[in-house]
Design a protein around this ligand. Structure first.
Ligand code: GLP
Length: 271
């Protein structure tokens, strides 16, 4: 088993350091990228069995959580003391909505890792008083988050913080951008124009942040976030304000776009 595990360990092909302190770890394939991210999460739980973790949802996270559940089982790492937070949730989404993030995380994370129900903070997508739900959620987050796990979406959104979201935003009600709505429509998933999301400031307060992305399109979002302006027009660019605690896990395809943007930036500063 140890031999098998050792053979499947992802070897970082490259580690890039961004001028704002962000580490970018590059792996050959999405599979190796997701395994590396899962190992990072395991590390956090192993080092601090009482850690609080914010979990993102989405296609990117499916293989990460599959690897995570497998590793936790093989390595016998307990998540019984872990406190879990949602990053975001569609609104309205009733508890039986198959596309709700509550169902996603219950099925892929909370169940397989056997995180006790009392330790799980779910955003209630069926809440009637949205502002109050957001306020209470933000209160709960004040206990502190050790690790926030993020993906990146259309327009460089993190969570459901769309373009134009202030960097000092706390957990709030978000109006989804047209490109996000179209993406969900194209995927044949639940389509809503509202969500509850941890705010940018809330996310940045975590002790460590990891962001996982594969492919060219995600590479473009990241290129803008890393080498464009730090601006509310690109929510993920806010990560540069706390760069020292951010690690980005990407596959080679995404990395190629990021490196191209970096090279243009260098060239621009020479010209
Ligand atoms: C979604 C979620 C984010 C997620 C991102 C990427 O809309 N709100 O939390 O990280 O967009 O999603 P995916 O991995 O499916 O591309």
């Amino acid at each position: 088993m140890a031999q098998q595990l050792a053979e499947s360990l992802p070897r970082g092909r490259q580690e890039l350091t961004h001028h704002d302190g962000i580490k970018i770890r590059v792996f050959e394939t999405p599979e190796r990228t997701s395994l590396a991210a899962a190992i990072r999460i395991i590390d956090v739980a192993n080092y601090n069995p009482l850690a609080a973790i914010t979990f993102a949802t989405g296609e990117t996270m499916k293989p990460v959580y599959e690897e995570l559940a497998g590793l936790a089982h093989i390595l016998n790492i307990s998540f019984a003391g872990i406190t879990a937070f949602h990053l975001d949730e569609y609104w309205p989404s009733e508890p039986d909505n198959p596309f709700s993030f509550r169902n996603f995380l219950r099925k892929r994370v909370f169940g397989p890792l056997r995180i006790p129900a009392d330790n799980i903070h779910e955003i209630d997508g069926s809440a009637v008083d949205l502002q109050e739900e957001a306020r209470l959620y933000d209160e709960a987050l004040k206990r502190g988050v050790d690790l926030a796990i993020l993906g990146i979406g259309p327009g460089g959104h993190i969570g459901f913080n769309e373009r134009g979201t202030p960097f000092d935003s706390r957990t709030h009600v978000a109006n989804l951008a047209q490109d996000t709505i179209e993406r969900d429509h194209e995927r044949g998933e639940y389509v809503s124009d509202k969500a509850l999301t941890q705010g940018i400031e809330t996310i940045l307060e975590a002790d460590q942040i990891i962001l996982v992305a594969y492919g060219e399109e995600k590479g473009r979002y990241l290129a803008e976030a890393l080498y464009g302006e730090i601006s509310e027009n690109c929510p993920a660019s806010a990560l540069r304000e706390v760069g020292h605690k951010v690690t980005i896990f990407v596959d080679q395809e995404a990395a190629n776009v990021i490196m191209q943007a970096r090279d243009w930036k260098i060239q621009e500063s020479i010209d």
